[in-house]
Write a protein that binds this ligand. Sequence first.
Ligand SMILES: C/C(=C\CNc1ncnc2c1ncn2[C@@H]1O[C@H](COP(=O)(O)O)[C@@H](O)[C@H]1O)CO
Length: 231
Amino acid sequence: MKPRVTADQHLLDSQRRSEWKQKDAWRTLRILSEFVDGFDTLSDVGSAVAVFGSARTKQGSEGYLLAERVGAALAAEGYAVITGGGPGVMEAANKGASEAGGESIGLGIELPFEQGVNDYVDIGLDFRYFFVRKTMFVKYAQAFIVLPGGFGTMDELFEALTLVQTKKVTQFPVVLMGTEYWGGLVDWMRDRMLEDGMVNAQDIDMLLVTDDVTEAVAHVVKGAAAVKDAD
Ligand SMILES: C/C(=C\CNc1ncnc2c1ncn2[C@@H]1O[C@H](COP(=O)(O)O)[C@@H](O)[C@H]1O)CO
């Protein structure tokens, strides 16, 4: 199947900039409507945690089963689970949450190849624009739990870290699940970023790196309690 041109590509592809020069102003209305749809659909969602991770994690694999357990544990604590609505870790976390009787939310993204949200999403939205969708994750989740993943996962992780570091969001726990996978990155942050003065120790200390689902969820619950105390 020929990849379709997505709305994000129309907006961002520099080669098309002059061709679309007159139309970008009008495209803002479409962007606005996407924000309105998102806010409208998600404003009634209670406490929620976003779970991120690879779209390529295979069904039944260790990573998939871990994400299922994370989804189920969050649901058991009364959290809605928000994912990118796709396959892999997203599907597994939605499955775990849905099968545990929790609220399972998928914020899908228009991609060049048709996909739709996974079968375990109870509340689903499809976004044309990545940046609108990213706003929803941060606005409607009280914490991020991040499983092993690639560029998309890194983007979501580092956006959260930047927002916390710059105090655009406060009291926002970020958990990295998988000490083996994440250990090298966190070591590099300490040995290189911190050593070279690119970040502060507290920027790195805000990350919890664990293999333990119970510890991950307890960290999220503790973060939520701190927000309540601060209110
Ligand atoms: C590549 C495959 C499917 C792509 N489908 C996706 N659907 C929804 N969200 C996605 C998809 N791919 C990436 N994302 C977002 O990025 C994160 C995962 O990216 P990674 O590069 O795989 O780590 C994820 O949390 C999504 O929000 C396979 O068929």
